[in-house]
Each structure stands twice: as C-alpha cells, then as structure tokens.
Design a protein around this ligand. Sequence first.
Ligand code: GLY
Length: 355
Amino acid sequence: MVYMKQSRLILPTGRVAPLARLGRALASKAYADAKFFLIVDENTYAHCLPEVVARVAAFEQAEFVEVPVGEECKSIEIAAQVWQTMLESDADTNTVVVSLGGGAVCDLGGFVAAGYKRGVRNINIPTTLIAMADAAIGGKTAVDLGGVKNPVGFFKMPDIVCVDTSFLDTLPDAEVVAGAFEVVKTAAVADADLFRSLVDGASACASAPVVARVAEIKQAVVGADPNDHGIRHILNFGHTFGHAVEAHRAAAGKPVSHGVAVGIGMALALRLSVLKLGFPRDDYDRYCRFLTKYVDFPRFTLRDTEALLALMRNDKKNRGGEILAVLMQRLGEPVINIALSDNEIRDTFLKGMAL
Ligand code: GLY
C-alpha cells in the first residue's frame, strides 16, 4: 500500500473567504521559513495575481514567473526555464511553488515542484472551473512531449488546494461551460441527486456549493486510490471517447475544448451504458437535453469513425490491446474497465446520441 498525504482543501464554504483562510494557513509555523514562488500566466498575472497578493500576506515578498497560456506551458523547456529562474533566485528546499491558473499551470507547477531539488512543497490556486473541479486536486502532474499529451509526469500531492469561485467571474462563458462538463461528470459517478439537479438546471455548475461538493468528491476518490490503480479510474468517465473527439477535432482544424469533448464523450458512454448495462433511459435523455443546450453534437462520418477508433487504440489507459471505458450501471454506480469491441465503437460514433 502506497501512502500519499492528502492535500488540505480550502473550499468556498463558510463566512471567511478562501484566500483569507489561505493567508492564515501560510502564517502558521509550518510555513515559517518558506519562500513562495508563484507561477502565473498572462491572464492570471493581469486578473488574479493582484487580488491574491493583496489578500495573502505571505506572498508580499514572493517571486513570480509568467509562463505561456494554456497547454503551451506544459513542456520540458518551460519547466527548465522555471527551474533556471528558481536557481537564479536562490530558491532552496523551503521553497513552495504556488500555481495560480488553470489545469495547465497546475500541472506544470506540480511537475516543477516534484523535480526541483528532488521535491519541494507546492500549492494550487485554481482559477478555472475545470481546474477547481478536477485538475488542481489529486496530485497528477505532467508535461507534454513530442506532440503527445502528458507522457512525462509525477504524482505530487499539493500541500494545499485553495478553491475560490470568485475567480470564475474573470472567465469567458465558454471556459465556464467547458468546466461544467467536468462538474457534471463527477456528479454522475458519485452523486445522483446532484447530477439531476445540475442537468435539470436547478443548480448552477459554477456555484460555490456545487464546486465545493465536487472538489470534496474528487478528494475522496483520490484518497481511496492516490496512484490511480483502480477506483480513481471512475473519474475518467466520458474521457475514453472524449479524448479521441478532442484530438480528432483538433487535427481537423475544428478544435473543441477538453471539457466540451468530455461532454460529448459522456453522451456516447451513457448511450453505451443504456445498451450494455441497462442505464436508465430517462437519465440518459435528461443528460442529452443538457448537452445539446450548450454543444452542437457532431455528426461522425465513416471516415471519422476509423480515425477516432485509431485514436482510441492509443489511449494510455488501455491494457492488453483492449479498448477500455468507464460505463454506468446507474448514476453513482460507475463500472471501470469495460472492454469495447471495434464494432461497438464504430457503431457508437455513427449513431451519435440516437438509441
Ligand atoms: N482527472 C482524473 C484524475 O485526476 O484522476
């Protein structure tokens, strides 16, 4: 059994704002000699850093480095530049790397912290919905290499994840919609009532209580399987199809965000769940209604289908040559490692949402 210390989650619940609580935590003895090194991108530099520095006294003397926006920051070269900057500013083993940004900045920051002087502490302050609900929690870090996403990385549990939904006010609507699908995904695998209230429009995916609940669910799943050997796979619901859709659309010059691709992937996985595992039809229909409010479901041709199948064969989660997916018996009852045949996958893309 591998022991991995869990992160402290500071959630947007209660009367004291999350950043104020982070400020208090960093004023404690555990951080008495710490030097903080903040990683920001152009957006968080402009829209989030001033607020964070104003509210967290420990950051007044912090160094910061700006990295490219989005996936572009996740490279060995950018990681090396950050390490170089840390060396030049005499960062020692008491340094705490603080990632202020979306999933890409948190992935990079964790990677940098895991490698610097054989490992220094890190803190995530996610600023996008997708990062608050998923990417910033759980210690998966990685950079991209040779056009492949995330082949090199470490498990590096952040000391603290500070989730402050007020940052969502600075985000474009499309970013919030993209994040909403990861929120719905987590609800689907763990909380049927929350799922129904989100897709029926009774609760907002980006509201503080919903984000806090989803962050807690993610933390609990990670706690049960920190190294991703089993139960944590449930968080990949919608991703086997979703990753293929994301890569295929990007190659076709019609990119969709990761979140939207996962939203489409969830519809495909739920349709298969109805057919293979008897997932209730009414919950499938309510999800499809939710999805199509925000996304034009793509029509996949025969040629697309072969390309998508090839992409799915390359998924790093497959084992022994089989394409594996997470399907659902019922809301809150995911089943991992369901092997799918090539014909089932072709049929799934060709039929789309139709049953
Ligand atoms: N995003 C899935 C996981 O953290 O395991």
